[in-house]
Design a protein around this ligand. Sequence first.
Ligand SMILES: Nc1ncnc2c1ncn2[C@@H]1O[C@H](COP(=O)(O)OP(=O)(O)OP(=O)(O)O)[C@@H](O)[C@H]1O
Length: 585
Amino acid sequence: MFKVLRKFKPAEYLIALISTAFIVAQVWLDLKLPDYMSEITMVMQTPGSKLSDLKEPGMYMVLCALASLVAAIIVGYFASKLATNLAHRLRQEVFEKVNAFSMEEMQHFSIASLITRTTNDTSQVQMIIAMGMQVMIKAPIMAVWAISKIAGKNSEWSIATAVAVVVLLMLVGSIVVFALPKFKIIQTLTDNLNRVMREGLTGVRVVRAYNAEKYQEDKFEVANEDVTKTNLFVGRMMALMMPGMSLIMSGLSLSIYWIGAYLIDAAKAMPERMQLFSDMIVYSSYAMQVVMSFMMLVMIFIMLPRAMVSANRINEVLDTETKIIDGTLTQQPWEMGEVEFRNVDFQYPDAEEKVLENISFTASPGETVAFIGSTGSGKSTLINLLARFYDVTAGGILINGKNIKEYKLEDLYNKIGYVSQKATIFSGTIESNVAFGDSKSTEPHSVEEALRTAKGLEFVENMEGGIEAKVEQGGSNLSGGQKQRLAIARAIHKNPEIFIFDDSFSALDYKTDKELRAELDSQRRGATTFIVAQRIGTIRNANKIIVLDEGKIVGMGTHDELMENCSVYQEIAYSQLSKEELTNG
Ligand SMILES: Nc1ncnc2c1ncn2[C@@H]1O[C@H](COP(=O)(O)OP(=O)(O)OP(=O)(O)O)[C@@H](O)[C@H]1O
């Protein structure tokens, strides 16, 4: 929690200090009220006193109450300003941190948990700061001040107050012991609820098509029930608090008056009795303030653990360093060069076996290198390593003779035009999706040009607004093929030195696939191209085809060479094309 509080700026510490001054003023004003009350009681009991004698202490009482109100409003304003500003900064920092995470860290936290940490957890911290500033500073000052006012006045009343405080602490202690462990559980269960909700919403079509609503509902019900049960338990414990506290406060008032009745009865002289009566009124007011301040402290002790759990969860994200460490090497765009995989091994974090083993090959500038192989053979993993989504476990990947780890990530990504297996589309317009990111290419293609090359201009022109047409979240108003064309246009627009197509042409029909690649060949100006494909037709003209099987290279060469000497490639080829197609091209 302190780590989070250290994120306050110097000006905000000053605001906190000013707020503290207002809190002290407020406590002083609140504790002044019983003094005037005592004065009024004395005046009322004095024979021959007039109504006008009450005017002055009455006026002061009203003024004190009003000034205390103003101070409370100012403190509330400052507290909410500080809390919301800090929450804004935390959300921003978490978002930026998560953006820099590699796939490994993403997988470690899970997307659902990262969302909860950015939203729900920051809200918990915001709430405790807004409340805490007002209560956490006020309660101890008020408790100490009020106790000092009544200390030594009357031992019987002091014992009654002490007993009330002890009972209060015992009540709260037992509640806290039972409720505290639940707070961490609640946050983890909220992560889970988010995950199930996300899964259900993103997969809604499949859920409907498979009549799996009931199954999903049951899954949601379990997650919902878990959160509800835990919240209910905590809620019930808390529900005991308020009546318990009222009971203690009323019990204390009653005890003070009861003890007071005996004391007054025992006193002989009238003035002594009057003094005792006035003291009793004042004492009961101060005693209430003492109990109130302990009550406020208790509230904080209940809220603080939950906020601390949240603050820890936020710190966990902020303290996690991404495994992908930025390099220092910078290079001007358009320095074409060789890409080399040298004895590369790769194993996913937490996986038991290597996914790629001893991968070595070279792609000369301008070459097209294609990867083919059975499902799960490691094709996507291999080209993801080139984009440093993960780092290799052994060996190295070199561009222009330098290990990719040496490059500044920004420079590396400036070189690469990446199209993922599943097209990723953002809400916005066609244009904002194609001209996406901060492209540093010296000569980016125009959006129209990129769309034309990606065979997407025709459908875009038919949309209302053309390239300004609206694109829904995830591209839900586009077809699979249209989304894939947009994603390809995005890479073409960047005009990169290296293209990476991760099975990006499979959503296109054969004819479009062929035309697109021909167009791309004429446009790519010597960029080195890596293509993962399922179809032989997509890659048969590649300069080099690499055949993968269970993470190892089992064949490398041109289509004709592989048809001669690679049985795995031949198997794939014969399963897709007839003998005539293969010989005639
Ligand atoms: N994030 C991950 N964590 C752990 N294992 C993974 C992860 N991603 C992929 N794998 C495993 O790595 C292996 C290779 O996966 P990869 O996606 O590279 O195969 P692929 O050849 O591209 O398959 P496909 O043609 O079906 O896309 C698979 O066995 C898969 O289970």
